[in-house]
Structure formats: C-alpha cells, structure tokens
Design a protein around this ligand. Structure first.
Ligand code: ADP
Ligand code: ZN
Ligand code: ZN
Length: 722
C-alpha cells in the first residue's frame, strides 16, 4: 500500500513553502502523528496534518517518502491541531512554524531510536515505584472566606469564560487551587493547565501548587517554561502528552502543551503583557486560552476526534473551563464581563484584613509642583520612610529605569551619550563605569572627557535605580534601625539579578527583614508576597499619563495597584500601610481612581475614551513592521504594499483603514531602521480577511527591486503597544 500525506514542517516564516508538504508513506499514519521527513538536504521533524485521498497528479518521482514515525507517541489530538491551525491563521503565520515551535525543541532533534529510549524511562519509573505518596490531601484544611466560597459556587454554576476580579491579597490563588482540585477529583484522567506570566517571579505560586497537589505524586505536577533544561522540558511535555501529568504549570508557551484531557485552564495575572509573544507568531496566550477552552469543550470536536484516534477512545465528553484572574484585568477581558460574554467573579476584600477597606493601603499623592525644585524624593516621603525604618518596617521604592543615569551630558557643548547605532541614549552605569545601550547592547567605558569638546566636566542627567539607591543612602545617612544598627538598602533590577539565583537570594534577604529599603524597577512591584513592607512609593510615574501608546495608562494603573498590593500584606500592619505617588498631575482621573482602589471606575473612564476613539476592545488593529538599512526603504515597502492592497480591493478592505507608514518610536536599533504601519478596523472578521489576502501582496512587494534591501517584515495582530 502507498499512502499520501500532507505534513507540516518548520518552514522559515517567509519562504515560499509556507503550507503543508506532500509526502508518501509505505504504512498508514493518522493525522497528528510525528514523523521524520526529508526537507531539502536535511531530515526534520514533521506533523502529519491530513491523510490525502490519493496522490492526485503528483508523480511518484517528485514526492519524497516519510523516513520514520515516532510511533511510541500517541498522535497529537484534533483539538491540538485545531489550536495550532487557528493560531497560524489568526496571527498570519504558517502552520508549520507554529506547530513545530509549539513542540519541545529536543523532540525535533531526537531520532526515533533515541525517542524510544526516552519514552521507556519515565514509564518504567512510574510502574516500579507506585507514585502515590502518603501525603494527605490538604485541600479542605483551609476554611474559605465568604467571598472565596461565593466565587467558587458562581464559577461552578456557569460555563462561560470566567474572570476572577480579586483585589491583591483577596486569595485568588486559593480559588485556583480549589477549582483545580475539584476538576482533578471529579475525573481521574482530567488535566489542568495553570499559566503564570513569568515563572521566575512567582516561585511562591509554584511552591503552593506543588505543595497542595503533593498527594497526587510528583510526576503529576509538572512545569513547562523556558527556564527548564531541554531535557526537563521534553520530559514535562511527554508526561503531559501521555496524560500522566495532571497539572501543568507554565508560562505562555504552555498554552500549546499537548493535554489529551484538558478540563480547566487558569490564567493568573491575565492582564500581564508577557502573555503576548513578541517574536515569530505573536500570539496572546491569554486569548488562546479562551479559544482553547472553547474548542476543548466543543461537541464538533468530539465528533472530529472519534475517527481513528485510539487515545480518545472512551474519553468522557466534558467541558473545559477557563478562569482568568487579576486585580486589574485587561480592559479587553473587563469589557467582556460588562457585556456578559465572560462571567465576572468579584472578591474585593483582603484575606485577614479588617472587613472594612482599612486593609488596603492609603494612597498619598505628592504634588511635585509644591516640592523643592529638582528633588527626587519629596521631603514628606523621605520623612515617612525614616519613620518606617525607626519602627523596624520595610519600604519599597520603585522607578522604571535601571542604570545610574539615563544620559551623560556635557554642559559646555551639549554632547550627550547617544548610541552610535541606535536612536537612543546610552545609559550610564556607575558600578563598572560604562555607557550601555539598552537597545543594542553596545557598551563602552565612560570617556574621561567630553568626546566632542574635551571638557572634563561631563555629568549624569536624570536618575536610574542605581543612582536612586545611592541618593537614598545619602538622604538617610543618619537614620538607624531600632536596635541602633546601620540601615540597609538593597536594589533589585535586571542588573542586580543577572546571575542565576541572585533574585532568589535577594528576595530571601527581604523576607528575612535584613533589608530596610528596597529600591527597584517594576520587577519588584509584581507578585511577591512581602510581609513586612508598609510603604510603597512610585518616584516618577508621570511619563505614562501622556504616552502616545494608548495602553500606557492601563499599564500604569495596573502597576500602581499591584505595587500598592505589596504593602501591608501582613494583617498586623494593614492599618498603617501607605502607597506614595509623586506626580506633577495629582488631579489626573487615573490617580483619583487609584486613591479609592477603584479599578471599575478607572476601567469605565478608560473604556469610554477607547470607545470614542474606536480602539481596543471596540476596534481591532494590526501593525506591520518593516526593517531596513534605510528608513525610506522600510516605509516605502509598507506604503507600496498598502497601495497594492488598495488597487486590488482586497476582501475586507471596505472596513479596514491602513495608515501611512511611520518610523517606530525608537527608529533605529543596531543600525537597522524600523518603520511600522497601523491597520485598523471596527470588525475583527474584516481585519482578518484583509490581512490574509494582503500577505501574498506583501511577499510580492518585497520581491520588487527597490525593496530588495529590506531586512525583514512581520505582522503583529492585536499588538500590545502601538
Ligand atoms: P491574591 O493572589 O489574590 O493576591 P493570595 O492568594 O496570595 O492572594 O492570598 C493572600 C494570602 O492569604 C496568602 O498568604 C494565602 O495563603 C492566604 N489565604 C488565602 N485564602 C485563605 C483562607 N481562606 N484562609 C486563610 N488564609 C488564606
Ligand atoms: Zn563637550
Ligand atoms: Zn544601541
């Protein structure tokens, strides 16, 4: 017998072979099977996508044969393939690229023999030592708060995607744990996927899940993220694929895990930008979670999967829920609850806090118009920090700019530390006396004198976290801890946490109260459960109020609410904790909502503006980015492709507005000029139709002689920043 198959392989995004390729096989293979096939001179991993009725008119001499199948593995499910196909089509990439990127990298490299060996190991281990430790199931040991009880009951009574809108410290994690526990207990083969933004920043969450589900046995709770070694990642993936792992905890990539009996997807901190992939297929794992839950539940899919899929035999029909959680949801998810597409579950009180709002920190706005000129830390804020130190409490101060100073300048001739390769300044890092470009990485020793005029008096302008740390040490020079010992200041940012384990040890010293004042970037404002911090201060958040990026206020509000949530998490301190915000615009409505910890008020205001402007979630957009040595080429390419679309009246075009190409905010990085074109539509479907039809035109335009020097181009659907 001879079988004809369409197989997807990892094709470069812009090659001409974007679609599935046809191969022949001597033995039957079901869709979803992993195979090794020849591609050019190489042998690569492929996924059987479809079984073709026959060879069509392809002569045998022109088709290549499948070299081998990874037959120790069950085929990838129809739902998994549907998720991949949807992702490829929605984000305008090839199926092969998405499918292969979704598989663990090591799987691509293993030969069938090597894989067979890999597969034996975990199976043998599992049967040798029955993996049921004697740890008791502790699920019910904690009494739920009334709000938690209600959230869970409401969740159980609905089938829509759910948004758990819970204040920081209201006990969202416990709700996730209970929801997961229930699903796992009701169905012995059910699987749960829990997604978190950045696993390194949330070691506590992972520990809580591992502890809570310890009774399932270690092999049943696995992690899936880029911090794992390739071998660990493959093992987690295989365990999930085999149905052996019941609970998968992972970052955005985990949305593509093969989970044959997925029944619940939790997306913690659903508003977090790190759920959006920023290269290749620029998917939103949050949005895909909602889509995946839908197709995992859909009866069509059950029908689709009945044929020839041995692993699905006897699979109980069930639904898959999705539970998104945040204290400051994305406005997209919030709006979905406003119109009833998603269910909203609300928990507004902190666990252990007083019943009244007193347990959330008081927000103090410092009007910087009335403070001494050029002061970095206003005197009343400084006094408040000193008071905390005297009481043995901790303060957290954040500033979104690392390094010592954002610019080094000569006051004689006006020279500034520009990066020669980027349209950006190089940042002064005092610790090793370097000027570093945060965009291209170009680093040089700080010059002794002004490179332009020779003046030796070149000076830092502005402050980054490194200088803020130094500055605070000076300001608090005489202050001591209650026992008279010297005050301790620590800094946490991308520079101080570069080494493996550095972040963990720094966090540990904060938890151990060895630190009085913690300075850092937004890295410290996220997720950590600090018990003894009673004061949080944002030094200079104004930039986001007037940013050209329409999502900047949403991000700022979220960040400030998150940061406020760091303060007073210990009920002992609840009453006295404070969030300080230094601003030149204390009247801004964003701050009024912040003062009341009123996310719904902020959301209502912001959504009104977005609706008037036709922006997300009321309108839909995509960005096409182009890079070239020459800005004119990058822009010219985009404008020419848009003109071609106009001339051909593409489907959807009547409802789509392409704007003229413009340089990106940071126009040049590493000597490459960058341009972008915004494409908007009030209709998601029209935008999708238009983009799909436009792709081939973009490819054609690139072939034109004048755009040969284009370095690359890419489409970003539902971009986060514009
Ligand atoms: P969130 O994720 O909403 O910010 P957490 O889930 O971290 O809040 O909960 C805050 C704290 O309250 C954690 O220390 C958690 O262990 C504790 N907690 C949660 N639910 C309960 C409960 N029902 N009883 C006692 N403590 C709880
Ligand atoms: Zn000079
Ligand atoms: Zn640079």
């Amino acid at each position: 017998m001879r079988y004809w198959l369409s197989i997807v392989v990892a094709t470069p995004a812009h090659s001409s072979v974007a679609g599935p390729l046809t191969y022949r096989s001597e033995w039957p293979l079901t869709p979803g099977s992993l195979v090794r096939v020849p591609l050019g001179k190489r042998e690569v991993l492929g996924v059987v996508w479809e079984v073709l009725p026959d060879s069509g008119d392809l002569p045998e001499s022109q088709s290549k044969a499948v070299l081998g199948a990874l037959d120790g593995l069950a085929p990838l499910s129809a739902t998994w393939r549907r998720l991949v196909a949807f992702t490829a089509s929605y984000y305008q990439r090839s199926i092969g690229e998405v499918a292969l990127a979704a598989l663990p990298p090591q799987l691509r490299e293993l030969s069938t023999v090597q894989l067979a060996r890999r597969l034996k190991r975990p199976v043998a281990a599992a049967s040798d030592t029955p993996d049921t430790p004697d740890t008791p199931d502790t699920t019910d040991l904690i009494a739920l708060s009334a709000e938690q009880e209600r959230a869970i009951a409401e969740f159980d009574a609905d089938t829509r995607p759910a948004l758990l809108f819970g204040a920081t410290g209201s006990g969202k994690t416990e709700v996730y744990l209970r929801a997961a526990a229930k699903v796992l207990a009701n169905d012995p083969s059910a699987q749960v996927l829990v997604m978190v933004p950045e696993i390194n920043l949330t070691p506590q969450l992972q520990a809580r899940f591992e502890e809570r589900f310890a009774h399932l046995g270690k092999a049943q709770v696995v992690a899936l993220h880029s911090g794992l070694t390739p071998a660990q990642r493959l093992k987690s993936w295989l365990d999930a694929h085999a149905g052996q792992a019941r609970l998968v905890l992972g970052t955005r990539m985990a949305i593509f895990a093969s989970l044959p009996n997925l029944r619940l997807i939790v997306v913690d901190e659903e508003h977090d930008p790190s759920y959006k992939q920023q290269e290749g297929a620029r998917y939103s794992a949050r949005d895909l979670a909602v889509y995946r839950a839908m197709i995992e539940s859909s009866p069509d899919n059950a029908a689709e999967s009945v044929d020839a899929r041995p692993e699905s035999e006897g699979k109980p029909a069930g639904i898959c829920r999705v539970l998104l959680g945040s204290a400051t949801p994305s406005l997209e998810s919030w709006q979905a609850t406003v119109v009833g597409r998603y269910q909203r579950l609300t928990m507004s009180e902190r666990i252990g806090g007083a019943e009244q709002q007193g347990s959330l920190p008081a927000v103090r706005l410092v009007d910087m118009n009335h403070q001494p000129k050029h002061c970095t830390i206003a005197p009343p804020l400084l006094a408040a920090i000193a008071q905390r130190i005297a009481r043995g409490e901790q303060s957290l101060i954040f500033l979104n700019r690392r390094g010592y100073a954002p610019v080094l300048a000569c006051h004689d001739c006006g020279w500034k530390s520009e990066c020669p390769h980027c349209s950006a300044f190089r940042v002064f890092h005092k610790i090793d006396r370097t000027l570093r470009c945060h965009h291209c990485g170009f680093t040089e020793r700080v010059p002794r004198a002004c490179p332009a005029c020779g003046n030796i008096d070149i000076a830092p302008v502005g402050k980054g976290t490194e200088r803020l740390e130094e500055h605070i040490a000076e300001l608090l020079a005489g202050v001591t801890r209650p026992d008279g010992s010297p005050l301790r200041i620590a800094r946490i940012d991308a520079d101080t946490t570069r080494l493996k384990g550095a972040l963990e040890s720094q966090l540990a010293s904060v938890h151990a109260r060895e630190v009085d004042v913690l300075v850092g970037t937004q890295m410290i404002a996220k997720g950590h459960d600090f018990r003894h911090i009673t004061l949080v201060a944002a030094i200079n958040p104004d930039g986001a109020l007037f940013s050209s990026d329409f999502r900047a206020p949403e991000r700022l509000f979220g960040l400030l609410m998150q940061a406020a949530g760091r303060a007073g998490r210990d009920a002992d301190h609840g009453e006295a904790s404070e969030m300080w915000v230094q601003t030149f615009h204390p009247q801004h409505p964003l701050f009024a909502a912040l003062k009341k910890h009123d996310y719904p008020a902020f959301a209502a205001q912001e959504l009104k503006e977005r609706e008037a402007a036709g922006m997300s979630p009321f309108g839909f957009s995509a960005l096409v980015r182009a890079e070239a040595r020459d800005q004119a080429v990058a822009q010219g390419f985009l404008n020419a492709a848009a003109a071609a679309a106009q001339a051909q009246q593409l489907p959807g075009a009547e409802a789509v507005t392409p704007y003229p190409a413009v340089p990106m905010t940071i126009q040049r990085v590493a000597n490459i000029e960058r341009a972008q074109m915004l494409v908007e539509s009030p209709s998601r479907a029209a935008l999708q139709r238009f983009l799909a039809a436009w792709q081939p035109l973009l490819h054609q335009t690139r072939q034109q002689g004048e755009f040969k020097s284009l370095v690359r181009w890419a489409i970003d659907v539902d971009p986060l920043a514009i």
